[in-house]
Design a protein around this ligand. Structure first.
Ligand SMILES: Cc1cc2nc3c(=O)[nH]c(=O)nc-3n(C[C@H](O)[C@H](O)[C@H](O)COP(=O)(O)O)c2cc1C
Length: 196
């Protein structure tokens, strides 16, 4: 009889534990992600000082049904900072210093669960702004396909994707793509379709 009571108690404990687990199916969920949607495995991360790259990033996110993350500088770039005619402007100083790593002010994002990352930036002095170096050196891209894209006044993407790949140290980096500030959705869509 005592043995039977022990077995019954054990069965009760097991069934209570099973109930508790089924009421909390998200207990094993991935870490919270900014703007994350339940099923997305594509992320568009971008830095944009004056809005052009942001527009392209939004188009990519809409076409690929991706989450989107803005790399926001801890200290915003003023128009004086962006003056490329001034050798002493903040951007001139940063771009002349390969070791410059401007701080990111936006909350960090978990890359867990993402298999593709579109990484966008404006071209500054022929390359990616130094804050992109801060970004790629802060994250682990193991198992992620990274697709760089940029906007510019006319320059191509050049070596900037390769430079960022080297700084990142891992991830599968694809050839990057340059867009004009006025890139149409059709142009962006055609590029994305050509990637697959
Ligand atoms: C500091 C600075 C340097 C730039 N250097 C270049 C350049 O080398 N080649 C180019 O075509 N455009 C250059 N541009 C223009 C930007 O790449 C272009 O306006 C871009 O679309 C801006 O993107 P955003 O609005 O997302 O910041 C430069 C702009 C700035 C502010």
């Amino acid at each position: 009889m005592k043995k039977l009571r022990m077995i019954l108690a054990l069965l009760l404990a097991l069934s209570l534990a099973a109930c508790a687990k089924s009421e909390n199916p998200k207990s094993d969920a991935q870490p919270a992600q900014e703007n994350a949607s339940a099923q997305a495995d594509v992320l568009v991360a971008y830095f944009s000082a004056t809005g052009s790259t942001k527009e392209v990033a939004k188009k990519i996110a809409a076409i690929t049904d991706a989450d989107i993350y803005e790399i926001v500088p801890a200290q915003a770039y003023s128009s004086e900072d962006l003056d490329y005619n001034d050798d002493d402007s903040r951007t001139s100083i940063e771009m002349n210093d390969p070791e410059a790593r401007p701080k990111i002010g936006s909350e960090a994002i978990s890359l867990e669960g993402y298999s593709t990352l579109y990484l966008g930036f404006p071209i500054w002095w022929g390359g990616a702004p130094r804050i992109l170096s801060t970004f790629v050196e802060s994250y682990d891209f193991d198992g992620i396909t990274v697709v760089p894209f940029c906007t510019s006044g006319g320059s191509g993407i050049g070596q900037s994707g390769d430079d960022l790949a080297r700084q990142a140290g891992n991830g599968v980096w694809q050839a990057g793509q340059r867009f004009g500030a006025d890139a149409s959705e059709a142009e962006v869509q055609e590029w994305i379709e050509g990637l697959q």
